[in-house]
Design a protein around this ligand. Structure first.
Ligand SMILES: Nc1nc2c(ncn2[C@@H]2O[C@H](COP(=O)(O)OP(=O)(O)OP(=O)(O)O)[C@@H](O)[C@H]2O)c(=O)[nH]1
Ligand SMILES: [Mg+2]
Length: 621
């Protein structure tokens, strides 16, 4: 039929059809937006406490009361913290810092916490260009004390606003921030702000790595959750978005220093007096939870509750029970690092109450424990200890010694059980000294080796789970492997050659030489060949797995830096490494080796916007 329709008619039909589609799409959008509101679903996102106890309503009220009566004063800006006269006094004030990508809402949050227009807030990324610290004290501008706080006008806590990283930031900012993070001693916690809609980016994860490397406790705050609620609608969907955020920030896998809580905040631009241009009348949420988290970080939580209760604020709080928030997994205390002695842990768990503690160990058992030696110390001479050990075992010895010594109570005057002779004691002491010396030397030589897993040796692989290698079985396996190999290759029966039995190498070490000749192992490859992870076509199976553990050959440039233009011949890896400067690594700062690399990578986070901002147009979010 359509063949007979004239051209203008077809055009009209098409434009009508398009119009109709747009109309339908708009209608659907309207339908979704209204349905999420009409269902009576909450228009806020709850903070999520996975492992820590959620605050009670009373605690939240106490936090709010504290912030209401402690007014902010400018403490320092930029790098002036280095040159302040009363630095010692400053250091007594606990500091919490707010970090995150530019435009994520750092300045708005500090404004909202203090209900003051302190920091400049802008929709353009890069608004904050220098660090700014605000201390809170129970005093008025004229210096008078706020009644009810015992005339205590001293600074209680300091909130530090930071320039953002990523788009719109500058590399120079990173230097002052890194200097601050490294040198400042009174940072109690870093609040890492993540945009709840966009999720954690590579730069955010990098920042978390930096904090881990510097041993600064951190906590994730999901910002702009009002948008998340508007997009997602249901609370369950919001929760799943927060779970994703948690996984992205690797809170599950990296327990050190990270707190298992995500504080969700939203509509902070309304709570902060900096911007009142909100079209929709929205209520800020999550602010009290954040205030409580800040107080806990500074160790002021009990103080705030005591004061609030003395001021009669908590009487008005009718809901006493804990808010219905999700708690999952084992409860962890709010302290960021819990160091438990393994012995005490086992005793606490009550796994085996009859387990003898170290005090009841005989000298032989004790030596076996700390030296991880299978032979009793009577036969283990010092010569045996000085035999070369893998770095891992040295580390194990070191930590074993330290743990075991830590486990001894102070008043324990070493009554050696099992009637140890004087000789035994001397031998043990010498052995411990030798082991300690060796471990310390290893640590001094290369501290990073502690984290290196030993390469699985072939003997280990073969005798997995301690099974002995029986020659007959080995021979049978040999033949079987050979047959399978031939079947796979569809070749006629031939006398076995070295090259035709690569799998045997995993059983008999003697077979290694010819196999490795045909296909060299990763540890045999030198700089002239790329690693197997980067080779095309060999990225599967054991090869790829082994390549994961392979160290990058020294002097190799990054993939991106070696980009040659179209039509230009590619330089060899060796010539590249000579002619081109080393580019910042894509790895997290502290994952790589060397501080220089870490600093470079850190700086690059702040340099992101420069190339794109040169066009003169800054992206608005
Ligand atoms: N919808 C929504 N917008 C927010 C919220 N918090 C902040 N904003 C907006 O996000 C924009 C950036 O806020 P800022 O506080 O300046 O962000 P920043 O992280 O300090 O940015 P830089 O100083 O550039 O690093 C502003 O337009 C705010 O109004 C929020 O909770 N919800
Ligand atoms: Mg800012």
């Amino acid at each position: 039929m359509q063949e007979y329709t004239c051209f203008p008619c077809r055009q009209i039909f098409r434009s009508r059809l398009r119009e109709r589609l747009v109309h339908l799409q708009n209608g659907r959008r309207r339908f979704y937006a209204s349905s999420s509101l009409s269902n009576g679903k909450p228009r806020y996102a709850e903070s999520w406490y996975w492992e820590t106890k959620p605050p009670t309503h009373k605690e939240l009220a106490a936090a709010s009361h504290f912030f209401k009566h402690h007014l902010p004063f400018r403490q320092w800006t930029g790098d002036t913290w280095r040159h302040k006269e009363n630095q010692t006094e400053d250091l007594l004030v606990p500091e919490v810092i707010f970090l995150g990508r530019s435009n994520v809402g750092k300045s708005s949050i500090i404004n909202a916490l203090t209900s003051q227009d302190l920091n400049r807030v802008s929709a353009t990324p890069g608004a904050t260009q220098v660090m700014a610290a605000w201390t809170l004290a129970a005093k008025y501008r004229d210096g008078g004390a706020v009644p009810g706080w015992d005339g205590d006008v001293s600074a209680k806590i300091s909130l530090v606003d930071m320039p953002g990283y990523g788009f719109g930031s500058h590399a120079d900012w990173s230097k002052s921030i890194m200097g601050y993070l490294v040198e400042r001693r009174n940072i109690r916690r870093a609040f890492v702000l993540l945009d709840s809609v966009h999720g954690a980016t590579g730069a955010d994860r990098h920042m978390i790595e930096v904090l881990r490397g510097l041993a600064i406790p951190y906590q994730i705050v999901a910002t702009k959750c009002d948008r998340l609620v508007a997009y997602k609608g249901s609370q369950d969907e919001v929760r799943s978005a927060l779970t994703t955020l948690r996984a992205q920030a690797q809170l599950e896998t990296h327990y050190e220093l990270g707190l298992g809580e995500i504080i969700s905040v939203g509509s902070m631009q309304v709570a902060s007096k900096g911007q009142r241009a909100s079209k929709e009348p929205t209520t800020p949420f999550g602010l009290q939870n954040l205030q409580w988290a800040v107080l806990r970080a500074a160790g002021l939580d009990t103080y705030a509750v005591d004061k609030a209760s003395a001021h009669g604020v908590l009487k008005n709080v009718t809901v006493n029970e804990q808010p219905t928030l999700h708690i999952e997994g084992p409860t962890r205390s709010d302290t960021s690092v819990v160091v438990e002695s393994p012995v005490k842990e086992a005793a606490d768990k009550g796994d085996n109450p009859s387990d003898p503690l170290l005090l009841d160990l005989s000298i032989e058992d004790f030596m076996r424990e700390i030296l991880t030696s299978s032979t009793p110390p009577s036969s283990a001479s010092t010569a045996k200890i000085s035999s070369p050990r893998t770095p891992r075992s040295a580390a194990k010895v070191y930590s074993g010694v330290m743990n075991n010594f830590l486990a001894l109570p102070n008043d324990h005057v070493a009554p050696i059980p099992n009637k140890a002779t004087e000789d035994d004691r001397t031998r043990a002491q010498t052995a411990i000294d030798a082991a300690l010396q060796y471990a310390q030397k290893e640590l001094l030589d290369d501290p990073m080796r502690l984290w290196d897993e030993p390469k699985p040796t072939k003997t280990n692989a073969a005798s997995k789970e301690g099974l002995p290698i029986i020659p007959e079985i080995s021979k049978k396996a040999d033949g079987l492997n050979l047959r399978r190999e031939r079947e796979r290759q569809h070749v006629t029966r031939q006398p076995p050659t070295a090259a035709s039995r690569p799998t045997v190498k995993r059983i008999t070490p003697a077979m290694d030489a010819p196999v490795t000749k045909t296909r060299p192992g990763p540890w045999q490859q030198t700089t002239q060949a790329p690693t197997r992870a980067t080779q095309k076509g060999v990225t599967h199976g054991i090869d790829a797995f082994e390549a994961l553990f392979e160290e990058e050959p020294k002097g190799r440039t990054q993939r991106n830096t070696g980009k040659s233009g179209r039509g230009q011949p590619r330089a060899t890896s060796q010539s590249k490494s000579r002619s081109q400067p080393k580019a910042p690594s894509a790895q997290p700062a502290f994952a790589g080796k060397g501080v220089v690399q870490g600093m470079d990578a850190f700086e690059s986070m702040f340099d992101e916007g420069n190339s794109s901002s040169s066009s003169g147009k800054r992206r608005r979010r």
